[in-house]
Design a protein around this ligand. Structure first.
Ligand SMILES: NC(=O)c1ccc[n+]([C@@H]2O[C@H](COP(=O)([O-])OP(=O)(O)OC[C@H]3O[C@@H](n4cnc5c(N)ncnc54)[C@H](OP(=O)(O)O)[C@@H]3O)[C@@H](O)[C@H]2O)c1
Length: 357
């Protein structure tokens, strides 16, 4: 198998190509991973293969994970057999010409193409990061499936999602109706039964999520480890570690047949370093990192799981550990637009990664 990883920058109508890795070929297949940055804002990964058995050879987009996925999934470009030979020999000029024609086709569809709508499951949508992310994704036209335990927060979020959801251009429905596509469920991630039930309802009403964001979390009150009660320690571990495991147990089997899907496990800076007074929380987030890297090795090709440190954001959780200085940090809303872009652009190439917003 010949594999080349090619970064293609598409800025100000200029395309620059950088080939940064290649290895020895299996003669029949040639794969390229492209990274495209239209408008410098989004990137796009394309997985291409050249089928030499076809005459003329076909450069085919096998899959991509960009914001215009559905628009170009069937894109095919014919290239001459000379090009294939030269590509094998790695001649930059021809490679660039071929990429240019592919990228032109892609870019013309990317402009104004918008994101292909995804269904995104987010745990812990009642407040904080989960709520802000749900609203941002709904605003961008995606379908949100959310859970948390406080009913009045879910009720108010339902109304806010309705207001945030863009009306479909072909629809005369008011937003309140178009937002019925979202699903908010009172579920406790620490309960295996509760998540099993959630998985059934989601399957019935919304189908398999494209992206799962394991966001719900808990932190211990600032205390040294010998001052933390057994009950509080259990709550942190049950929520942050067992809660994610419960979601993975019931949602990964739904995603496996399609061999598609991205899972984001919310980690923390404290999943990569230690800090006094929050040892239970640190322990749980280090566990999230280990869990993520291990599950990454179990998933089939086509799926990915990442650990995501969201940064530092002014939420109830931050107030719990930082006190009044939490207000010096970014709001969940400003965080959510960056996080949404990042999450929507995750690809299989990210499988097992520890990332930071
Ligand atoms: N804020 C930060 O600066 C920061 C930094 C690093 C990492 N993180 C991580 O980011 C994630 C979100 O943090 P946040 O700051 O938004 O926290 P938050 O303000 O405390 O919100 C936590 C959310 O999780 C829900 N939740 C808690 N336990 C749950 C359970 N058992 N089942 C279902 N939902 C549950 C809560 O709703 P209910 O209580 O209504 O269920 C709430 O919606 C967490 O994993 C956190 O560890 C945050």
């Amino acid at each position: 198998m010949f594999e080349s990883f090619v970064t293609v920058f598409f800025l100000n109508n200029q395309i620059s190509v950088v080939v940064y890795r290649s290895s020895k070929p299996n003669r029949n297949q040639f794969r390229l991973l492209f990274c495209l940055l239209p408008n410098g804002k989004y990137y796009m990964l394309l997985y291409l293969s050249i089928d030499e058995l076809n005459e003329p050879p076909v450069l085919k987009v096998v899959f991509n994970t960009c914001l215009v996925r559905s628009d170009i999934s069937d894109l095919q470009c014919s290239i001459g057999s000379d090009s294939v030979r030269t590509l094998r020999e790695g001649a930059g000029k021809v490679l660039k010409r071929v990429l240019y024609s592919v990228m032109n086709a892609v870019a013309s569809r990317a402009v104004g193409g918008g994101a292909s709508p995804r269904t995104i499951l987010i745990t812990g949508v009642g407040r904080g990061l989960g709520r802000a992310l749900a609203l941002e994704l709904a605003k961008q036209g995606h379908t949100v499936v959310g859970c948390s335990r406080t009913q009045d927060k879910l009720d108010s979020l339902k109304l806010e999602l309705a207001a945030a959801t863009p009306a479909s251009p072909s629809s005369t429905e008011p937003n309140s109706l178009s937002s019925n596509k979202h699903l908010l469920i009172n579920a406790d991630i620490t309960s295996n039964n509760s998540i099993e039930e959630l998985a059934h309802v989601v399957m019935e009403k919304n189908g398999i999520p494209d992206i799962v964001v394991n966001n719900a979390g808990a932190i211990n009150k600032n205390n040294r480890i010998w001052e933390v009660t057994e009950e509080e320690f259990d709550t942190v571990i049950s929520t942050n570690v067992k809660g994610i495991a419960n979601v993975l147990r019931h949602f990964i089997p739904l995603m496996l047949p399609k061999k598609q899907g991205i899972i984001v496990n919310m980690s923390s800076g404290w999943g990569r370093s230690g800090a006094a007074l929050v040892a239970p929380y640190c322990a749980s987030k280090w566990a999230v990192e280990g869990l993520t890297r291990s599950v990454a090795k179990e998933l089939p090709e086509g799926m990915a799981i990442v650990a995501l440190n969201p940064g530092v954001i002014n939420t109830d959780m931050l107030v719990s550990c930082f006190g009044n200085s939490a207000e010096l940090y970014q709001t969940p809303e400003s965080w959510a637009s960056k996080a949404a872009t990042m999450i929507l652009n995750l690809t299989v190439a990210d499988n097992g990664a520890s990332l930071t917003v």
